[in-house]
Design a protein around this ligand. Structure first.
Ligand code: NDP
Length: 399
């Protein structure tokens, strides 16, 4: 049906490649390109069957990207490299008139800022070129945004309160490791908290607001209010939302390590001079931390991510909780990666499928909640991330 170029051969890229390779009727030709070609070759060899071609590319170099895209001629570029590369990849897509999909919003290297403004600025150019950009198609952002769109379509006349709850109850057996790229992860969780309340953003100190929440099949876990990028597009696309928050669980051990890392300056994003060479502390830290892609082997337990929603249906108040629980062990058995890479890679594959099937195809730049959620929700049940829903339950959120 279509040709796809995947950029990025980390944990998420591994899952996307595995999942696409298993669906030749949708993904007829697949190329996996990244900074280090050897990593692409390793993934391609593991999958076997000559399903995946590989290439080397620096995704911050637009002419290199353009050449690669012109040679391979994909229908869609799936960006699962790092958020820093979003804009150069979008530039190359514009130049070659190729559609685009990613899982994380652009972030400038010198500023830990999660905002869509840079990518939304491509709207007119993508529209004029007649190509589609699908933004934020991982789990969160991604499935959480699609859950919200599905709730708005089927269960509510208006959504008033939205709490996205992200629990990782897994144990990888390491004293400290991050579940996806350490640099991006630490930048995300050490920034100030922020949530939407009555038409404006309310800022909090990092991890200032927290409480135990009960997760299905897992039980209570301390959950911390942090800022997460899908809140920005969701409050824009669902203007009846009065309050939108994002909660993530962290263990005490993780938070203690994080505090020490910050206190000693290792989370810094400004370059420092070391023995005559400029180094960025957080990039050096990444080099010594466990590779998130290697955590899978000993990872036990579950992730549980979902949306707790309160609003109105037929003039009456209603609550709704939709979620997925994903087993790290099962994810590892299938793809050789842990649950966080799995829960990101599967939705990226499904988003690409939606595009190639013509179901999510319109000129311009869109967040995933702007497309029809129904075919995507159906594919989640088929491809390893089945969802559950609970109606009219106590959401524990004290509105
Ligand atoms: P990894 O660090 O494991 O992998 C990133 C990959 O990108 C590596 O293969 C890396 O190459 C490659 N890369 C980095 N810089 C360049 C460059 N300049 N040119 C070409 N390739 C490059 O990250 P993950 O797989 O864990 O995460 C991938 C993406 O998914 C990130 O953007 C992350 O923010 C996002 N994500 C989204 C989630 C969601 O739910 N929406 C959840 C988790 C992650 P090399 O191997 O040479 O370093």
């Amino acid at each position: 049906m279509g040709k796809v170029l995947i950029i990025g051969a980390g944990g998420v890229g591994t899952v996307v490649a595995h999942k696409m390779a298993a669906l030749p009727e949708v993904f007829s030709e697949i190329m996996l390109a990244s900074r280090t070609k050897a990593k692409c070759d390793e993934i391609a060899n593991k999958i076997g069957g000559n399903r995946i071609q590989t290439a080397q590319v620096d995704a911050e170099n637009v002419p290199q990207l353009v050449e690669l895209i012109r040679n391979f001629k994909p229908d869609l570029v799936v960006n699962v490299a790092l958020p820093y590369q979003d804009l150069p990849i979008m530039d190359a897509c514009l130049e070659t008139e190729t559609s685009y999909l990613d899982t994380a919003n652009y972030e400038p290297k010198d500023e830990a800022k999660f905002e869509y403004k840079w990518q939304w600025a491509y709207q007119n150019r993508f529209k004029e070129a007649g190509i589609t950009a699908i933004l934020g198609c991982g789990f969160d952002p991604g499935v959480t945004s699609i859950y919200t769109a599905y709730a708005a379509k089927h269960h509510f006349d208006e959504i008033n309160y939205l709490d996205i709850v992200d629990c990782n109850a897994g144990d990888h057996g390491k004293a400290f490791a991050t579940n996806f790229n350490p640099e991006i992860n630490i930048r995300e969780v050490t920034q100030k908290g922020k949530y939407w309340k009555d038409g404006k953003w309310v800022e909090t100190e990092p991890h200032e607001i927290h409480k135990p929440l009960n997760y299905p099949e897992i039980g209570p876990k301390e959950s911390y209010l942090i800022y997460h990028e899908e809140l920005e597009s969701l409050v824009k696309n669902f203007p009846t939302i009065k309050q939108a928050r994002f909660w993530m669980t962290f263990g005490q051990e993780y938070l203690t390590h994080l505090r020490v890392i910050q206190n000693i300056g290792m989370a810094g994003i400004e370059p420092v001079m070391y023995e005559g060479k400029e180094i960025v502390p957080i990039q050096f830290l990444k080099a010594v931390l466990p590779n998130p892609g290697d955590l899978g082997e000993n990872y036990k337990g579950w992730t549980s991510i979902g949306c707790r929603i309160k609003g109105l249906k037929d003039g009456k108040e209603k609550t709704y909780y939709v979620y997925n629980n994903c087993s790290h062990e099962v994810a590892y058995q299938e793809t050789g990666t842990q649950g966080v890479s799995y829960t990101t890679g599967v939705p990226a594959m499904i988003g690409a499928m939606m595009y190639l099937k013509g179901l999510w195809k319109k000129p311009g730049v869109f967040n995933v909640e702007e497309f029809d959620p129904d075919p995507f929700m159906a594919e989640l049940n088929i491809h390893g991330l089945p969802w559950n829903e609970i109606h009219d339950t106590d959401l524990e959120m004290e509105y």
